[in-house]
Write a protein that binds this ligand. Structure first.
Ligand SMILES: *Cc1c(COP(=O)(O)O)cnc(C)c1O
Length: 375
């Protein structure tokens, strides 16, 4: 075994149940885009369903279609569409489609006509994120056009939704403004005759810190994978979540080098004493961030160590000091739940100047995922 990402599906089921406990009567969507944040979409989707996720969420329609191909039959919403995307396939596969503007509605209508089926549509309002979604000044026109298509039997507007910009900063002034804008958008749509099954706005940080954002459905991504979306405020454990991914590798070599020896490209680190170095066969091609050069933490030989020198494409080096217990083949833990002394994905995010979302999501396809607790 060079390296593997162990995916604890019991932990994932625990997290989905923990989110369900928090949101009362609201439904839970497990967001499984981007290969379930690097954890493996099909296996994680199945485990999330087992734990009661009534919905799955994907960014891309191809991701939603893959869920269908692999046997998922529950509600699935896909929200990031470009012209020419497989709208007809999605409608035929009973995938819910997010619509942020008139071009998408037109494609949905055409695809619905072609398939002879009514498309399930969620209208997305831009309540302040400034990314996808319909601006307030275009909202009435989008609602009216969708209701006309509904009257024609082509679409059913089943959802009204939006997305936060700063939910990970509780108390940020944009949060209250976005909530108010969302309530306005919902009111406008409902006054004109939209009868949504679900109104939804909350991502993981809002789910965990802002109950008034729960509405009928919460979209839980990072929390599903047990990682805190508000690490400065609460750890995973404090939120009742269990990290799902543990990334390990086998030590490829151990050797002694003399004081002054440089390590890795650019010689950005030199041994300040005679020391032992362990070679770890994971690099930036595997998602180990190069920005964590001379900073990323690992657990090896029962001790926390820091990698030294630059992270290369396939490997990095750990300074073992005078620890003579480490041998080739020993396990190195890059991150995991953190309760066995190992670092967490959040520790790596800090070392690399990024967020834990990026750490887990970018673990590369060369790293096999090994599933624990599959059923
Ligand atoms: C990714 C995404 C989510 C999930 O966000 P988390 O913070 O990981 O829970 C929810 N909604 C939309 C629109 C997203 O793109």
């Amino acid at each position: 075994m060079r390296a593997e990402a162990r995916i604890d599906l019991d932990a994932l089921r625990h997290n989905v149940a923990a989110v369900r406990d928090r949101v009362g009567s609201a439904q839970v969507m497990a967001v499984v885009k981007a290969d379930a944040y690097g954890h493996g979409m099909v296996q994680c989707a199945r485990a999330a369903r087992q734990a009661g996720a009534a919905w799955l969420g994907t960014a891309l329609p191809t991701e939603a279609l893959e869920l269908r191909r692999t046997g998922d039959t529950g509600r699935v919403l896909s929200w990031l569409w470009v012209p020419g995307d497989p709208f007809a396939e999605a409608i035929a596969a009973d995938v819910d489609i997010s619509v942020s503007g008139l071009w998408a509605l037109a494609e949905v209508e055409e695809a619905a006509r072609a398939t002879g089926r009514t498309a399930r549509v969620h209208l997305k309002a831009d309540t302040g994120l400034g990314r996808n979604g319909c601006q307030p000044h275009d909202w009435e026109a989008l609602v009216e056009a969708a209701l006309k298509a509904q009257a024609d039997g082509l679409v059913q507007v089943v959802g009204l939704w939006s997305h936060f910009a700063c939910a990970d900063e509780p108390g940020h002034p944009s949060i209250a403004l976005q909530l108010a804008a969302f309530r306005d958008a919902v009111a406008v749509a409902e006054q004109r005759g939209v009868t949504p099954e679900v109104r939804h706005m909350a991502n993981s940080p809002a789910t965990l810190t802002l109950p008034e954002s729960h509405f009928d459905l919460v979209r839980s991504g990072l929390a599903t994978y047990g990682v805190s979306p508000v690490p400065d405020l609460h750890s995973s454990a404090e939120l009742g979540l269990r990290p799902v991914m543990t990334l390990v590798a086998s030590v490829a070599s151990v050797k002694r080098v003399p004081e002054g020896h440089g390590v890795s490209y650019g010689h950005t680190w030199h041994a300040d004493r005679d020391t032992a170095l362990a070679l770890v066969p994971l690099g930036y091609a595997d998602g180990v961030p190069r920005h964590a050069s001379s900073a990323g933490p690992v657990l090896v030989g029962g001790a926390r160590r820091t990698l030294v020198g630059r992270v290369a494409m396939d490997q990095f080096v750990v300074d073992l000091g005078d620890d003579e217990s480490v041998a080739p083949g020993d396990e190195v833990v890059l991150f995991g739940p953190g309760d066995g002394g190992e670092p967490t994905a959040e520790d790596w995010a800090q070392a690399a100047g990024t967020i834990a979302y990026e750490i887990v999501t970018r673990i590369g396809s060369r790293v096999p995922r090994v599933y624990l607790g599959a059923r």
